[in-house]
Design a protein around this ligand. Structure first.
Ligand SMILES: [Zn+2]
Length: 276
């Protein structure tokens, strides 16, 4: 598979859903469900654990619930999930029981990941249901960066603001890019021409081989407004928000490395705007 642009477009939209969740003080973990035959978005989900005080309202559950409400007899093998963070063990098990067709995720979930980081619930042959394929690393650093914005503002709003901790988060480069795939699985999905990304651990997957990207290539106001459920659930999408969102992320250079020279901003929910 040499041109991954369609996956990057969907993941960029998915991250924007996470950004909208961040504006209501939710953890920016988000997902989109796509009909595999038409490639149209049929549901969205975002973390709803803070507002609802329900620790199980993960993005994946919300997206599936919405879809089932509308289409109770849906065959989930026809559905592809884009999720900003690797599904946790609980969600990974839920997706397997549903018989989800395929999962594409952004960054790994180092503490609870159920698609290979902690447990391989998606492929464990001891489980009775069908395996599902799961591929990570699409907009990986952007998914991490969005989460960092959440932790920074959490620290700032703590009774004793954890400024030192913020400095740690802000200074951090990104963790190595490790795939929860065998070499063969990686080649199968991403193509042998990208094997350098697999081997080095210091490069990101780019949509086109040898060509960097900026998130603004993948989204615009109209395509975001067209995401089903987004505006009714999380408010109107404005041009200002799109610009704020795009300012949160570094670009990726042609060599697949993060271009740290771009000045990015951080999200401040209290002031409801971004600061330098
Ligand atoms: Zn989960």
């Amino acid at each position: 598979m040499s041109d991954l642009t369609p996956d990057f477009i969907e993941m960029a939209k998915c991250l924007f859903v996470g950004y909208k969740a961040l504006t209501i003080n939710e953890t920016p973990v988000s997902c989109l469900l796509e009909d595999r035959s038409t490639s149209s978005i049929i549901s969205i989900g975002y973390n709803y654990t803070n507002t609802s005080l329900n620790g199980t309202k993960h993005a994946e559950f919300i997206a599936v619930r919405k879809l089932k409400d509308k289409n109770p007899d849906i065959d989930f093998s026809t559905v592809k999930m884009y999720v900003s963070v690797e599904p946790c063990i609980m969600c990974a098990s839920f997706l397997r029981q549903l018989g989800i067709g395929e999962v594409i995720y952004g960054c790994s979930n180092d503490r609870f990941g159920g698609n290979g980081t902690v447990l391989s619930v998606h492929s464990d042959s001891n489980l009775p249901q069908e395996n599902y394929t799961s591929y990570g690393g699409i907009l990986r650093t952007e998914a991490i960066q969005l989460l960092r914005n959440f932790y920074i503002q959490e620290n700032e709003s703590a009774p004793q603001p954890k400024i030192k901790k913020n400095k740690e988060i802000e200074n951090k480069t990104f963790p190595p890019n490790r795939f929860n795939l065998s070499r063969e699985e990686f080649i199968d999905h991403y193509g042998v021409e990208r094997i350098g990304v697999f081997e080095s651990g210091e490069e990101e997957i780019t949509p086109k081989l040898g060509k960097g990207y900026s998130l603004k290539e993948f989204i615009d106001l109209k395509s975001l407004k067209d995401i089903p459920y987004l505006e009714e659930d999380l408010g109107v999408v404005t041009e200002d928000q799109v610009n704020e969102f795009l300012d949160l992320f570094f670009d990726i250079s042609d060599d697949g490395k993060v271009n740290y020279s771009k000045a990015i901003r951080k999200f401040n929910s209290k002031k409801r705007h971004l600061e330098e």
